[in-house]
Design a protein around this ligand. Sequence first.
Ligand SMILES: Cc1cc2nc3c(=O)[nH]c(=O)nc-3n(C[C@H](O)[C@H](O)[C@H](O)COP(=O)(O)O)c2cc1C
Length: 207
Amino acid sequence: MKLLHIDSSILGANSASRQLTAEAVAEWRRQHPQAQVDYLDLAIDTPDHFGTDALGVKLGQQAEASEAQRAQNEQSERLLTQFLAADVLVIGAPLYNFGIPSQLKVWIDRLAQPGRTFSYTANGPVGLAGGKTLIVVSTRGGKYPDEGPMAPTDRLYMQQMFGFMGISDVRFVRADGLAMGGDARAAAFAQARDDIQAAIEPASVVA
Ligand SMILES: Cc1cc2nc3c(=O)[nH]c(=O)nc-3n(C[C@H](O)[C@H](O)[C@H](O)COP(=O)(O)O)c2cc1C
């Protein structure tokens, strides 16, 4: 069983999500000692912005691809192959400006490929990357309602995009109010640690 551990926080050693993804992965390994762990740090190895040259991979332009398109396609292919190989994903997804970090967004942009992770049929879209477990470690400085104009987009977006690609087993680890003072930060970590235990209980064996 392969686990892909991903961080996207730009806060380095001060990052809450980095600490919590590490704890979640450690807990998963404790429950599943045979797991092989791969690691991707999107704040360091940030994929290029998904632009015109990168779109070639989606339009099937490989045959007459330019040098720039070939380089972009290679980048997409490397990330997609790594993603598809994973049985379990633990993704740190901090809230930045009411959404996910752009570093995480560009990675997702490279995964969403017709014929590889989704396809459109007469009955609508079908996800092709199912059968994976996704654990989203979601950290927020504040606390917000789930709905309405001030509801952040981070959690819904992760559920939408990975659901669109066929992943229905999405488990959230939530730490809210991290920037609201020491007591609130401690409570956020305590909540997140409870969520880790709930997300990675012994019954949730994948292989
Ligand atoms: C660039 C940036 C933007 C942020 N935007 C928000 C925001 O819109 N709402 C919020 O509640 N917290 C916001 N925060 C606070 C983070 O959500 C908080 O620091 C959280 O711990 C981030 O996870 P991390 O520590 O793993 O990076 C922002 C932080 C940064 C660095």
